[in-house]
Design a protein around this ligand. Sequence first.
Ligand code: ACO
Length: 327
Amino acid sequence: MKDSSQIGILGLGAYVPKRVLTNLDLEKMVDTSDEWIVTRTGIKQRHLASPGEASSDLGVKAAKKALEDAKLKPEEIDAIITATLSPDHIFPSTACLIQGELGAENAAAFDLGAGCSGFIYACTVAYGLVKAGMEKVLVIGTETISRFVNWQERSTCVLFGDAAGAAVIGRVKEGGIYGWDLGADGRGHDLLKINAGGSREPLTAENIASNRQFLSMSGPEVFRFAVRIIPKTGKKALEKANFEIEDIDWLIPHQANSRIIEAAIESLGIERDKVFVNLERYGNTSAASIPLAWTEGVLEGKIKRGDKLLLIGFGAGLTWAAMVLEY
Ligand code: ACO
């Protein structure tokens, strides 16, 4: 299973914007309550980007921290992959804006769209690029979902937050990525989407008046999908890595809903104190949620070098992804 040319994590970093929106703040904006949000989701507050602060701005800050952690200069990076569902523009890619701002002049740059599974998807692409000859690939999950949320729609606006997380992937002497599972079911594309603003439904005064430029979600159906897919993809990744769940030191699930995480703990048969959860402070930050949780776990001294991790994501598409690695 282990070989001398493993590919793994050279550095990690995350950034959250300063502004905090609590459940009590939301009580003043829509017909909701702190009690409903905490019991149904586990979320107590979320951070929001300031006016003028876009996904690439958060991504640059997270990327700088990951580069510092890896002790690398931007010009040493061969590729930048940005996972996001809230890009600065339809084009050019957010990755190109980040590349320019970092001065990563030797890096190819592109975005990857796989919803909340995007960070793990991007890590597997980075793994493949390193295997194919690149040396260092910067993966960034960054979101300003607050720009795409209808702040008058209580069933969605309470759920999301803005953040960015980043990892540098390259050759490592110890540990590395051991296995993963990726999947999608495009028949579920309607369950979580932004209807207007793309080529299928360009923006018009009429669809803007109907709020079709905002995120819409069939919450209960996405919930059922998540509960079903998490153990399936998690077990597949463990099998590919030749690991048992008992070998895992930390499960880092996508931070969408504490009830989904509870179901994952049950179905995967992992001990509760091996599951890193921080969604009460940040809400669902989509492609940023896993690297944000991971970085925070490291900064809190809980997740350590050498720990065996299982990352699991699910989201719009529908998509899912799991990865087993030694950090
Ligand atoms: N405050 C108070 N009441 C609310 C709120 C709110 N914020 N939101 C909904 N309600 C009400 C509904 O109107 C409904 O009332 P009714 O019974 O009178 O009609 C009731 O609460 C129950 O609504 P449901 O939608 O059935 O609530 P549910 O228990 O399913 O919880 C939730 C909703 C939290 C959205 C849940 O379905 C969920 O977490 N789904 C998964 C979402 C998810 O993980 N999405 C991210 C995917 S990742 C990505 O790619 C972005």
